[in-house]
Ligand binder design. Structure first.
Ligand SMILES: NC(=O)C1=CN([C@@H]2O[C@H](COP(=O)(O)OP(=O)(O)OC[C@H]3O[C@@H](n4cnc5c(N)ncnc54)[C@H](OP(=O)(O)O)[C@@H]3O)[C@@H](O)[C@H]2O)C=CC1
Ligand SMILES: O=C(CO)COP(=O)(O)O
Length: 329
C-alpha cells in the first residue's frame, strides 16, 4: 500500500500547527510552511504559533517559508482559510510531483465560483490528487493530544486509507472515505449553522431553542448535501452531524462565538474579535447555491441576511418561528 512519510503542512495557524504536531507524533517527517514572515519567525524562534499559544512545536518539525521545501513532501495538508485556497494551490502546483496528494483541511466554499476545496485543487493543480480532511476537531484539543476522530476522503480508497494511516497518532483517529463531496460539504455548512446556534445562545433563548436550531440546522445540511451529491452516511458521520453538533454547542467554536457576539448585539465588524469565522464567508455562498438548486434553507437564509446587514437578529428569529407549520422531515 502507498505510504506517505514526508508530510508538509501549509499554514502555521491554529489548525496547521495542530496537524503538524499530530503528523510528527504519528512518526512522520514534518515540514511546516508559513507565509507570514513574523509568524514564521515566531514559529522558528519560539517554536510556537501566534495562533495557538501554549503549544510548543514537536522538536522534529522543520519550519520554512520556502514553498519549494514544502512541495518536496509525499503529501501536503493545505491548512489556510478557504477563501485563500486558490492562490496557495496555484503557487504550489508547479512545484509538486505528479500524483502528490493535496489534502484540503479548510472548511468553506469559494466565493464567486461556488467551488468546493477539492474542486479548487483539481482546477489549479490538475496533476495532484485532491483529498479532504474534516470532522469534529478543535485545534487546541488536537494539539494537546486529546482524543479526536476525523474523516479523510479521496476518490481513490487506497489513497484515503494511506493518508489516514499516515496521520494516525493514536489519539488522532482518522476514518477514511471516498465521499469527497460529502466530507467537504459538511465542514463548510456546519460553520453557518454554528453562527446561528451562537446567536441563539447569545440571545439567551435557552437550551430548547438551541436544540431546535441545531436539529433544523442538520436538516438543512442534509438537504444541501443531497442536492450537491453527498452520501447520507457521510452527513450522518463525523464531518456532518459530528462537527455540526460540536460547533453548535460551545464557544470553543469561533463560529459559535461569533454568533454569540451577534446575539449579544455586537456589530458584524467586531463580533469575530479578530479570529477566523469561516461561516461568515460561507453563508452568502451557501444561500446562492441553495437557491440555484431550489433547496429550502431558512436558517442559512436568515444568517446570510443578518451578515449582509439586511435583517436584525430579533426579526430573523421571529421570521423563523412564524413560518407556516409543516410536517417534520
Ligand atoms: N482552528 C480549528 O480548530 C480548526 C480549523 N479548521 C479550518 O482550518 C482552516 C484554517 O483555520 P485556522 O488554522 O484555524 O485559522 P488561523 O486564523 O488560526 O490561521 C490561518 C493561517 O492561514 C494563513 N494565511 C492566511 N492568509 C494566507 C494566504 N493568503 N496565504 C498563505 N497563508 C495564509 C495565516 O497566516 P498569517 O499569519 O499570515 O495570517 C495563518 O497561518 C479554516 O478553514 C478552518 O475552518 C478546521 C478544523 C479545526
Ligand atoms: O472546524 C472546527 C472544529 O471542527 C473549528 O471550528 P471553528 O472554526 O468554528 O472554530
Amino acid at each position: 500500500m502507498t505510504s506517505f512519510n514526508k508530510i508538509a503542512v501549509l499554514g502555521g495557524g491554529a489548525w496547521g500547527t495542530a496537524l503538524a504536531q499530530t503528523a510528527a507524533r504519528a512518526g512522520r517527517s514534518v515540514t511546516l510552511w508559513e507565509h507570514d514572515p513574523a509568524n514564521a519567525q515566531h514559529l522558528s524562534d519560539k517554536r510556537e504559533s501566534v495562533y495557538l499559544p501554549g503549544v510548543t512545536l514537536e522538536p522534529s518539525i522543520v519550519v520554512t517559508r520556502d514553498l519549494a521545501d514544502a512541495a518536496r513532501a509525499d503529501a501536503l495538508l493545505l491548512v489556510v482559510p478557504a477563501q485563500v485556497m486558490r492562490p496557495v494551490v496555484t503557487s504550489l502546483a508547479p512545484l509538486i510531483a505528479a500524483r502528490t496528494p493535496l489534502v484540503a483541511c479548510a472548511k468553506g466554499i469559494e466565493h464567486g465560483t461556488h467551488r468546493f476545496m477539492t474542486e479548487i485543487i483539481a482546477e489549479c493543480a490538475p496533476a495532484a490528487i485532491p483529498a479532504i480532511l474534516s470532522g469534529p476537531s478543535f485545534a487546541a484539543d488536537v494539539a494537546r493530544g486529546l482524543p479526536t476522530a476525523v474523516t479523510i476522503a479521496a476518490a481513490d480508497a487506497a489513497v484515503a486509507q494511506a493518508l489516514a494511516q499516515a496521520m494516525n497518532s493514536g489519539s488522532f483517529r482518522p476514518y477514511h472515505s471516498t465521499d469527497v463531496r460529502g466530507v467537504e460539504l459538511g465542514g463548510a455548512t456546519k460553520n453557518v449553522m454554528a453562527i446561528a446556534a451562537g446567536i441563539v445562545e447569545g440571545r439567551k433563548l435557552g437550551a430548547s431553542a438551541l436544540a431546535a436550531m441545531t436539529t433544523r440546522g442538520f436538516v438543512e445540511l442534509v438537504r444541501f448535501g443531497k442536492a450537491y451529491g453527498a452520501r447520507i452516511e457521510t452527513m450522518h458521520g463525523l464531518s456532518g452531524l459530528g462537527d455540526l453538533t460540536m460547533c453548535c454547542s460551545t464557544p470553543q467554536s469561533r463560529n459559535f462565538s461569533f454568533g454569540m457576539a451577534l446575539g449579544r448585539g455586537e456589530s458584524i465588524d467586531t463580533a469575530a474579535h479578530g479570529k477566523l469565522a469561516e461561516g461568515y464567508y460561507t453563508a452568502p455562498v451557501l444561500l446562492e447555491m441553495a437557491q440555484a438548486k431550489h433547496v429550502d434553507m431558512p436558517i442559512s437564509t436568515a444568517v446570510a441576511a443578518i451578515l449582509a446587514g439586511k435583517l436584525d437578529v430579533d426579526k430573523a428569529i421571529e421570521g423563523l418561528l412564524t413560518r407556516p407549520l409543516k410536517a417534520e422531515e
